[in-house]
Ligand binder design. Sequence first.
Ligand code: 3PG
Ligand code: MG
Length: 398
Amino acid sequence: MTSFRTLDDATDLGGKTALVRVDFNVPMEDGRVTDDTRLRAAAPTIEKLRELGAKVVLIAHFGRPKGERVPAMSLRPVVEPLSRLLGRPVRFAYDCVGQKAEREIADLRRGDVLLLENLRFHKGEEANDPAFAGELARLADVYVNDAFSAAHRAHASTEGVALRLPAYAGESMRRELEALDRALGEPQKPVLGIVGGAKVSTKIDLLKNLVGKLDQLAIGGGMANTFLFAQGVDIGGSLAEREMGDTAREIIEAARVAGCELLLPLDVVVARELSPDAEAGVRALDRIGAEDKILDAGPETVERLKRAMDLSKTLIWNGPLGVFEVPPFDKGTVEAARHAAKLAKAGKLVAVAGGGDTVAALNHAGVVEDFTFVSTAGGAFLEWMEGKTLPGVAALSA
Ligand code: 3PG
Ligand code: MG
């Protein structure tokens, strides 16, 4: 793993102003935060900086206002839930640079916490404009990035400013990088991957990178239909990217060359339509009817996956095995997730998962707590699985 500076390397922060990039791009409805996972993720870094006597200035984006001051995309609604969480008042400045920000910062005492308005109200943020990065850097003595989930963006607040101030990884960023390294950087072997979700087309780079690193890779979800189709299986009325057949065959060949065993479905759960009342049936691959839609992995497939987990030391998981949002088509995902969680809890498997849908699926299975690590990142987790260097992480390297 490329090494990076953490808060343990920071000395003498007493009385200093720390500019802390957090990801407060949280679910919000009618101006209320409906899920505070990302607020809770930032708390350890804020607490640690307060203990060190720093003045904590939080910077974040919300939504995609594209450089316009869009009132509905203000970060102001975050102040109350964050204050409650930290058990102390959090101040707010209605701009993230310039006089409004500077005045609030000048008023801060050691241990105070201030949140600045949405970075993306300024065009310079997404453009990674040097002048805007300079304005941000002027506000503080040191920079801390605790937003792994935004680290795939080369923006002023994730990259530009990191190059202008002494820069450190926050606690949440550090935990995330360490967990990801345990899963794909220097994992205990054998390593098993599960990649699911709807489309091959959005995960080509990811699949190509993974087959070079894993001992086994199980393919699930809608994208498995494309792989079955590419191998000549009649998938009936199932969703698939039939035009991606060549790509699927390329990935199968790349896996063969790299010695990565691909685990494609052995059997499937089908229904005539995607609805909770639909009559679901199990089909062998040569028994899929013209009107059948594949909606989940079959019991034999799930059994084989569980046995593969038993024989693995590390599991990296992205994407559900079926349409878990519509029971009973959640069964394969839930059963596999519970088995992985049981092994992880017993210390037999390092189980790491990430990606928006995946977190929702693991929550649905009630196993998030028992996994070794579940990343809250979406795009950043995928780009990391693709083997890409994340600009926000690179900028922290020691
Ligand atoms: C996220 O919510 O995934 C991150 O905050 C990144 O947001 P973005 O996709 O708008 O850059
Ligand atoms: Mg996103």
